[in-house]
Design a protein around this ligand. Sequence first.
Ligand code: SF4
Ligand code: SF4
Length: 60
Amino acid sequence: MAYKIDPNKCIGCHSCMATCPMQAISAGPDGKCVIDPAKCVSCGTCASICPVTAIAPDQK
Ligand code: SF4
Ligand code: SF4
């Protein structure tokens, strides 16, 4: 299971990109961040630092 960013909450601050130990997070064309589920190891680091709690485990 990977973590997922809610695009409706993300404000594009990019703080999560710098904290991910797997470089699984990148910025999309709209400036909002997206997580590559193939790289995410579900450590939760990004979720703990996101200022708007836009990141959570993907419940799919
Ligand atoms: S830390 Fe949160 S608000 Fe900032 S870019 Fe990442 S998901 Fe978006
Ligand atoms: S949960 Fe961990 S590995 Fe997955 S995107 Fe967030 S910081 Fe990176």
